[in-house]
Design a protein around this ligand. Structure first.
Ligand SMILES: [Zn+2]
Length: 174
């Protein structure tokens, strides 16, 4: 079921998420709800805390090339990461990021260009992923959410000031 996404500067986005201990039905429902919510809002990634569930759970689904009318984010392509831990990283890259909790805002953010992450899948099986492209960036963005951080906090002082000023003036009908 689609859930409501928490919008910045809601204080709940600052909560440090807790580790998942049970890989049960309620976790699967959470993951399914997260997928429906993300796709409904045309997002490529979502952390559980963004739907007010402060657990160390994130999903990413990088759109594929698809014919018109076809779903370019099939559910089976969803990367579901539970209790992720970064075990290696290097390089640096700038990429224009957005976030479903800060709708309509896109900013260049510096990230590691390579990341290796250990995590568990929905069945509690240990997994490892490494990537040096878009996925590496998306994982870092979502993992920040688990620490209670939103991407605009990585902006320079000047850019952050400008963002906050414009954000206060935004239309509230979002
Ligand atoms: Zn985000």
């Amino acid at each position: 079921m689609e859930q409501k996404i928490i919008i910045y500067p809601d204080k709940r986005l600052k909560i440090v998420s807790k580790e998942v201990e049970a890989f049960d039905e309620s976790l699967h429902t959470l993951l399914d709800d997260m997928y429906e919510t993300m796709v409904a809002k045309n997002g490529v990634g979502l952390a559980a805390v963004q739907i007010a569930v402060p657990l160390r759970v994130l999903i990413i689904n990088v759109p594929i090339e698809a014919e018109e009318q076809e779903n370019d984010q099939p559910k089976e392509n969803t990367l579901e990461m539970i209790n992720p831990i970064m075990t290696d990283k290097n390089g640096s890259t700038l990429y224009q990021e957005g976030c479903l909790s800060v709708p309509g805002v896109y900013e260049d953010i510096e990230r590691f260009s390579y990341a290796k992450v250990n995590y568990f899948d929905r069945h509690g099986r240990a997994q490892t992923i490494e990537n040096d492209a878009f996925l590496a960036i998306a994982i870092q963005h979502e993992m920040d959410h688990l620490e209670g951080k939103v991407f605009i906090e990585k902006l320079s002082y000047i850019k952050r000031k400008k963002f906050e000023k414009e954000w206060k003036k935004r239309p509230r009908a979002l």
